[in-house]
Design a protein around this ligand. Structure first.
Ligand SMILES: Cc1ncc(COP(=O)(O)O)c(C=O)c1O
Length: 459
């Protein structure tokens, strides 16, 4: 880790010494990132200094927030290299952004949508629903396990006459990225539009929406140093103008009578009702923070940490890594299963024994696991505040777990087929499925805090 990136850690209040005497090793940034003090300050400042509603009242609070809200739009437009701030729509998260597109297109029966076989539920369930509701047909692009992209498979799929290609940019499951520029070119050649789920890419690498010809791009601010409940749908204004707004109401119209109304142009027609001003202003400060750090530098930093972890576990025959072999091709994510250890048990062990926070389960990509009859895995994800000590604590924790749980244990793992293709184990069930392993694995001197039984989870 460079000294500059190490110095950034002091900006993140969550990275402070906790009751157990340790600073958390937070390796779950793919779920949500930590938030720097600057973002917290920006949100507090809004409520403290100019708590008005943008674009409505004319007093000074409202003027101030209106100005800053539009400045935030420009910040995101620049950050994403979008064609224009008019193509930046503020939404709650990328799920909502995808829904604004999917529910807003004037579908005709038989229109086709193409998604990959590795999409987050946010980019799958909606399309499944549009089948029975609007007659939309869902096509699946199978991705290669080694992470290389099969352009011919895309061509074959496009040749069927696809209306919308909707793919992830970077996968939350294994950290691979898709060549979105090539995808957009090929799709446009076949007359299809392109929606990219960018919520795992935009936090970690420079994005060039205009250059790459992306029609729609979805992001969540809470994965890129911003607060929860804020996201962006970035689109070509002309493409946005063709969508029917998902939500109707105040601020979306130029005028209304008792029987009619005229919609405002994008982005305003999509931002119905009073907006999350504090969140958006905080999100923009998060983006400024990222820009100052440098996106290329962030990506290189992720890559170095991932290489360290990958190397560290290379010789471990019981570790099954997911995705491309080279960490350079999955910089922000190290996803793995441990033979004989349930992923939820592993996550609890790492947290309780080593203060290492990872995600376990199916990461909202249930379909990928269902296709393979697999049960889930562990995911460590890296970001600009992650340091080598965090990576080493993960390595230590995993090695201790391997040493404590004998290789013949019967826990479930991504390398062990799920029994009868059942659905995701709840947290309670997962802990139970390899209870003996978990008990023997719990680090000395720690007691379970009962979290395994604290609630069912599907993720
Ligand atoms: C690739 C991907 N797409 C979509 C989402 C959904 O994001 P959100 O819950 O912020 O809408 C996530 C969240 O983890 C994700 O990783």
């Amino acid at each position: 880790m460079t000294a500059e990136f190490d110095a950034l850690r002091t900006h993140f209040p969550a990275l402070r010494t906790r009751d157990d005497g340790r600073v958390p090793a937070y390796l779950d940034s793919a779920c949500m990132s930590l938030v720097p003090q600057e973002v917290l300050d920006a949100m507090a400042e809004y409520y403290r200094d100019y708590p008005g509603c943008a674009g409505r009242s004319l007093h000074r609070f409202a003027e101030e927030v209106s100005h800053r809200f539009e400045a935030a739009r420009e910040t995101f437009a620049k950050f994403l290299e979008a064609p224009s701030p008019a193509g930046i729509v503020f939404v709650r998260n990328s799920t909502e952004a995808i829904n604004v597109v999917g529910q807003g297109i004037s579908w005709k029966r038989g229109d086709r949508v193409l998604v990959s076989d590795q999409e987050h539920n946010s980019n799958l369930i909606l399309w499944q629903r549009l089948g029975p509701e609007r007659g939309v047909r869902l096509d699946i692009l199978r991705l290669r396990d080694d992470g290389t992209f099969d352009g011919d498979a895309l061509e074959t799929a496009l040749a069927k006459g696809v209306r919308l290609v909707s793919l992830f940019h970077t996968s939350n499951l294994d950290g691979r990225s898709l060549p979105v520029r090539e995808i957009a070119e090929r799709a446009h050649d076949h007359g299809a539009q392109v929606l990219i789920d960018g919520c795992q890419a935009a936090p970690h690498r420079p994005i060039h929406l205009e250059r790459d010809g992306i029609d729609f791009y979805a992001i969540s601010a809470h994965k890129m140093l911003g607060p929860t409940g804020t996201g962006v749908l970035a689109g070509r204004p002309e493409a946005l103008a063709e969508l029917r707004p998902l939500v109707a109401g105040g601020e979306t119209v130029e005028w209304s009578t008792l029987t009619e109304h005229k919609l405002r142009p994008p982005p305003y027609r999509f931002e119905a009702g009073l907006q999350n001003y504090a969140g958006v202003l905080g999100a923009a400060v998060g983006v400024d923070f990222l820009r100052r750090a440098g996106l290329e530098e962030v990506e290189a930093h992720d890559r170095a940490l991932n290489a360290r972890v990958t190397r560290g576990l290379e010789g471990e025959s019981r570790i099954r890594r997911l995705g491309p072999a080279d960490p350079a091709n999955r910089p922000s994510v190290f996803a793995f299963a441990i033979d004989g250890v349930d992923p939820h048990d592993a996550a609890l062990f790492l947290d309780e024994g080593h203060g290492v926070m990872v995600r376990s389960g199916r990461h909202c990509v249930h379909s990928w696991y269902a296709e393979r009859s697999l049960d889930g895995n562990v995911r460590a994800s890296f970001y600009l505040y992650t340091n080598t000590e965090d990576a080493d604590r993960l390595l230590e924790g995993v090695r201790e777990l391997l040493a404590r749980v004998p290789s013949g244990s019967t826990g479930t793992s991504a390398a062990t087929p799920a029994r009868g293709g059942r659905s995701a184990p709840s947290r309670r069930r997962a802990a139970g499925s390899s209870r003996a392993a978990a008990r023997s694995a719990r680090p000395r001197g720690t007691t379970a805090r009962g979290r395994a039984a604290s609630g069912a989870r599907s993720g």
